[in-house]
Design a protein. Structure first.
Length: 276
């Protein structure tokens, strides 16, 4: 995993190359700085995993953490979330104040909000906002609020899961679907990345992570001329897509949190082409 200093250097590079992304990249920089504070590497996670159950879970394609039933103490993610909201306060002070008040009053239930990120059952806990940008940022921060705790689980059990051989297209740690991945320089294999917990796992190159389709004729990819490093793998059976950073022929490692953000134009393109 690329270090914080490297990540920040990458961000600065991207900012000068893509000035239109600079506002988002500033938010990401502040977020990564905060994340570091909440990621005490030696600390135990708020999530409990029964190590003995791992082989069976992997065999059955069940993620280690089940957000529909597992219990955890949300105090730490909540305090991280409130710090993250401060970043949004620079843009939307009133909205942040209102949300913070409602969280303190108990009118909004933080734990329900984060569970809904992982198990989307109903939207009722989310305050409906007119301002989509603010709402998107809140969802982004909600997801991020659990990242340090989930990352601890990914670090602790990731090797074991890779050894056992996880073959699903969703994350073995937290169950979420990937939006981005990479082809490694060394083994030229494809790895999918979970932005909820930071875990990466190997997944066959010619296979759709979302529906399992392996027919070469219905799998394709596109790139933007002049930027062949980042491509979009699409499946014409389920009409889903995933962004892939091709690191072959490159010395540099990629920070996929950063890459995901600076490739938003590819998401827009994919949506325009009818993929979701
Ligand atoms: Zn995950
Ligand atoms: Zn598919």
């Amino acid at each position: 995993m690329a270090s914080m200093t490297e990540a920040l250097k990458t961000i600065e590079q991207y900012k000068s190359d893509n000035p239109h992304y600079s506002e988002m990249l500033d938010i990401l920089t502040e977020m990564l700085n905060l994340r570091e504070q909440y990621s005490a590497p030696a600390g135990s996670s708020i999530f409990q995993v029964d190590e003995n159950l791992i082989p069976r879970k992997v065999a059955k394609g069940e993620p280690l953490i089940d957000f529909s039933s597992d219990q955890f103490d949300a105090a730490l993610p909540k305090s991280y979330f409130l710090r993250l909201l401060d970043i949004a306060a620079e843009q939307s002070p009133d909205k942040v104040q209102e949300m913070t008040d409602r969280l303190y009053d108990g009118e909004l239930d933080f734990e329900k909000m984060i569970r809904q990120i992982f198990v989307p059952i109903s939207e009722e806990e989310f305050p409906e906002e007119d301002d989509d940008n603010f709402f998107d940022l809140v969802k982004f921060f909600l997801r991020e609020s659990l990242r340090p705790e989930l990352e601890k689980i990914a670090h602790k059990y990731g090797d074991k899961i890779s050894e056992l051989g996880w073959s699903e297209g969703y994350c073995p740690i937290c169950g979420k679907e990937p939006k981005i991945g990479k082809i490694k320089a060394g083994d030229a294999r494809r790895y999918l990345f979970c932005s909820h917990c930071g875990f990466e796992w190997n997944y066959r190159r010619v296979k759709c992570p979302f529906c399992g389709n392996e027919e070469q004729q219905t799998l394709a990819y596109f790139t933007i001329e002049g930027d062949e490093r980042c491509r979009v793998d699409v499946c014409n059976v389920c009409k889903r897509y995933i962004k892939i950073i091709d690191l072959r022929g490159s010395e540099q490692e990629a920070n996929l949190d950063v890459e995901d953000m600076v490739t938003l134009h590819l998401d827009i393109l994919a949506h325009e082409e009818g993929y979701r």
